[in-house]
Design a binder for this molecule. Structure first.
Ligand code: MN
Ligand code: MN
Length: 286
């Protein structure tokens, strides 16, 4: 990594790495509270706070060889940010790396998904919001448009959202509503059932999981730009990563906002869930 601290245990070079980490410190479309640009540094720092084994997985951390690219540039315009992300992410996707992106706001997921071939992967999001607007505040590449852009690239039968509990009228009053399970349903019938329905629904075998940290209840993840009550339990998110299991081929965590997280607990949770995704990938490599 060229500058600063790399992710804990990311000691591999690019060629030898099974997993590729990219920080994307971008928050220019944030609608409520900016600050997600600071998250990659905070989450990397938090990654040093854990024991060196996952005793429950029977693995040393990080479990697989990891290369940390560091952060890409974060230019002002979303189109420019997307070009930066693709510059680093497209080769990693092409080379079959397990990609882990650390946002930044959720809009950073849009160029990542476009690095995959059309319909080549399914996107499952964990998010309080459906993020399915055609356009928001003058751009089609806002963090409020993530699943809509993904549906255009992957097919609407290849996108699914979990933990949603805040949806606008314009997102619901249309024929092509993004398939989703609410946090209320997950509370009643369990995460396992929700993830199984997502996995049954999507057409592609390979799954990219995008975690907008506001999908988790603000009691556990207060440090985010648009907190929304009645969210998911972090252990249910851990469970979701494990149920996706062998089908998981990429992961991102977005919308952590360190200025809204004075205790740092939201960054700690984000790092722990990155570690979980790396462990699950490690086990699927065998
Ligand atoms: Mn959200
Ligand atoms: Mn989102």
């Amino acid at each position: 990594m060229p500058y600063g601290l790399s992710y804990a245990g990311a000691g591999s070079d690019y060629d030898g790495a099974d997993a590729f980490i990219l920080g994307i410190p971008y928050d220019r479309t944030s609608s409520f509270k900016a600050g997600a640009r600071e998250a990659p540094a905070h989450i990397r720092r938090a990654s040093y706070g854990f024991e060196e084994i996952h005793f429950e997985h029977g693995l040393g951390l990080p479990g697989i060889s990891v290369f940390d690219q560091g952060d890409c540039e974060a230019p002002f315009l979303p189109e420019d940010m997307m070009g930066e992300v693709k510059f680093f992410m497209a080769p990693a996707v092409r080379d079959g790396k397990f990609t882990v992106a650390i946002g930044g706001e959720h809009s950073v997921n849009i160029p990542i998904i476009q690095c995959f071939k059309k319909s080549d992967v399914a996107l499952i999001t964990i998010d309080a919001h459906l993020d399915s607007r055609d356009e928001y505040l003058g751009t089609r590449y806002s963090h409020a448009c993530v699943t809509r852009r993904a549906a255009e690239h992957l097919g609407i039968d290849n996108v699914f959202s979990l933990g949603v509990r805040s949806i606008s009228r314009e997102e619901l009053e249309r024929d092509d509503v993004i398939p989703h399970v609410t946090s209320f349903e997950i509370r009643e019938t369990g995460m396992e059932r929700a993830v199984r329905s997502a996995l049954d629904h999507v057409r592609s075998e390979r799954v990219y999981l995008s975690l907008d940290i506001d999908g988790i209840d603000p009691a556990y993840a207060p440090g985010t730009g648009t907190p929304e009550p009645f969210g998911l339990d972090p252990l249910d998110v851990k469970k979701a990563i494990n149920i996706i299991g062998d089908r998981l081929i990429g992961f991102d965590v977005t919308e952590v906002c360190p200025p809204a997280d004075p205790s740092g607990i939201t960054s700690v949770l984000a790092a722990r869930l990155i570690n979980e995704a790396l462990a699950v990938r490690s086990k699927s490599l065998g």
